[in-house]
Design a binder for this molecule. Structure first.
Ligand SMILES: C[S@@+](CC[C@H](N)C(=O)[O-])C[C@H]1O[C@@H](n2cnc3c(N)ncnc32)[C@H](O)[C@@H]1O
Length: 428
């Protein structure tokens, strides 16, 4: 850990999430810093994650790739065989080449970086590394991670043939890029099992960070997940930190305030957002602000209609009650009524809640195409008799397993149901 002061005053900045970087071009600063970092080792760049990687996967990697490691965590450990993975800001390619071995021949790895020197380094060793591994399942793309639909190599090829000579050409170029995003996106929507990143998201301009999270969400398949290692801070960086381009490109000024980092995933429509690791000792303390590495996992797939199939879940404890990202409260030991979608999410052995809940199915399952809509805004207990197929009388007449037969625990329906976002229909 190092304790340092920024160049000038240490006034706290208190602007919108992510702050604002004053007086310099963030992207150009980052590009220049990592061009230099690709050519010669820059030990000051980022927070070394040495010791976290599984040595089994490192033996096939050339020294130059091992050395140009500017990461701060190891998201690759949360990826499995056969998965399609995108690595945002792949740099020299270390994480991609580890992932290549982890996902195996049936999986696929796509590294995205905007820096030519980094891409040159990563691509330059591709034949050698894949020769050692025995297959080639990696692709390195040139792109900005906040715009994953636009392939910058393809955009460059267009510019080579249609150079911009006047302002009218800018409009034509923009229109062509927009068409390419739609017709041949670099990373298509709903196409990826896991998006990983190692110390890159902080480098994106503050005003483009919301778009960045929206892009991560877009490219993931339903049920897919993001596993992101990045730098966080315990309070807002000072103006002096924010105004220093070196601090930005060094993964400090753009760091997320800890709780806001998790909130960014929530706001983008993810669920099951979880801290997988958090460095105990700060990497740097600057003007009293602590900077450290954190790894977050978050899932896509809570959007969609809520159907009544008479399932219930029981929360084990030890907390007396817990609440999910849609405002469903689960009370320890109570048989809570849930819709089919929530039931599938809660009981998924690979999902975020695995092992925390007991799933209970009714003695007679309602077929999905016969299921009625479920009102998931209520926190209701499912009656045992109802789950055994009993016919119960509700206010509006006879009903078999209808929501109104349940014992509603919390007064007042929740404002939020299963969130909003792409692909949502019906209740959620
Ligand atoms: C701190 S390094 C991390 C590199 C790599 N993940 C690692 O673990 O070594 C940041 C990388 O992200 C790239 N990068 C920064 N901002 C980017 C953006 N907006 N779009 C694409 N790549 C970006 C840089 O070019 C650089 O290669």
């Amino acid at each position: 850990m190092s304790t340092i002061s920024s160049r000038s005053s240490s006034e706290k900045q208190s602007e919108s999430a992510g702050g604002s970087a004053g007086g310099y071009d963030v992207e150009q600063t980052v590009r220049e810093r990592y061009s230099a970092g690709a050519q010669a080792l820059e030990p000051m760049l980022c927070c070394p994650a040495t010791g976290q990687y599984d040595a089994t996967y490192l033996s096939v990697l050339p020294t130059e790739i091992l050395e140009r490691d500017y990461g701060c965590g190891d998201p690759s450990q949360y990826v499995g065989e056969g998965e399609v993975v995108v690595d945002l800001g792949s740099g020299a390619g270390k994480i991609c080449y580890i992932l290549s071995q982890k996902v195996g021949q049936s999986g696929q790895v796509i590294g995205v970086d905007m820096n030519d020197e980094m891409l040159g380094l990563a691509r330059g060793y591709q034949a050698e590394v894949s020769g050692k591994i025995g297959y080639d399942n990696v692709r390195f793309c040139k792109g900005r991670i906040q715009d994953l639909a636009l392939d910058l190599d393809a955009a460059q090829a267009y510019l080579d043939e249609h150079p911009i000579c006047g302002v009218e050409d800018i409009t034509t170029y923009d229109a062509h890029c927009q068409a390419m995003r739609k017709s041949e996106p670099m990373i298509g929507s709903d196409s990826v099992d896991v998006v990983v990143s190692n110390c890159v998201l902080n480098l994106v301009k503050p005003e483009e960070k919301v778009q960045l999270f929206a892009e991560i969400f877009r490219v993931l398949k339903r049920g897919g997940r993001a596993v992101i290692s990045d730098i966080v801070c315990d309070e807002r960086p000072t103006d002096a930190i924010m105004n220093d381009p070196e601090m930005w490109s060094g993964c400090i000024a753009g760091a997320f305030v800890e709780d806001e980092f998790l909130k960014m995933f929530e706001d983008a429509g993810f669920y099951g957002v979880e801290i997988l690791s958090r460095q105990a000792e700060p990497w740097h303390v600057i003007d009293g602000v602590e900077f450290r590495s954190m790894t977050i996992r978050a899932y896509k797939g809570k959007q969609g209609p809520c159907m009544e199939r008479r399932q219930a879940v029981v929360y084990h404890g030890p907390w007396k009650q817990v609440m999910d990202d849609d405002g469903h409260t689960l009370y320890r030991g109570k048989r809570m009524a849930v819709c089919d979608k929530t039931y599938q999410i809660y009981t998924d052995a690979k999902g975020p809640y695995a092992g925390q809940l007991i799933g209970i199915e009714p003695s007679e399952m309602v077929a999905l195409d016969e299921a009625t809509e479920f009102d998931c805004r209520r926190n209701a207990v499912r009656q045992a008799s109802e789950m055994k197929g009993a016919t119960v009388n509700g206010a509006g007449g006879e009903s078999r397993g209808a929501t109104r037969s349940m014992n509603v625990l919390a007064a007042g329906d929740s404002e939020v149901c299963c969130g909003t976002g792409e692909g949502s229909s019906g209740c959620c």
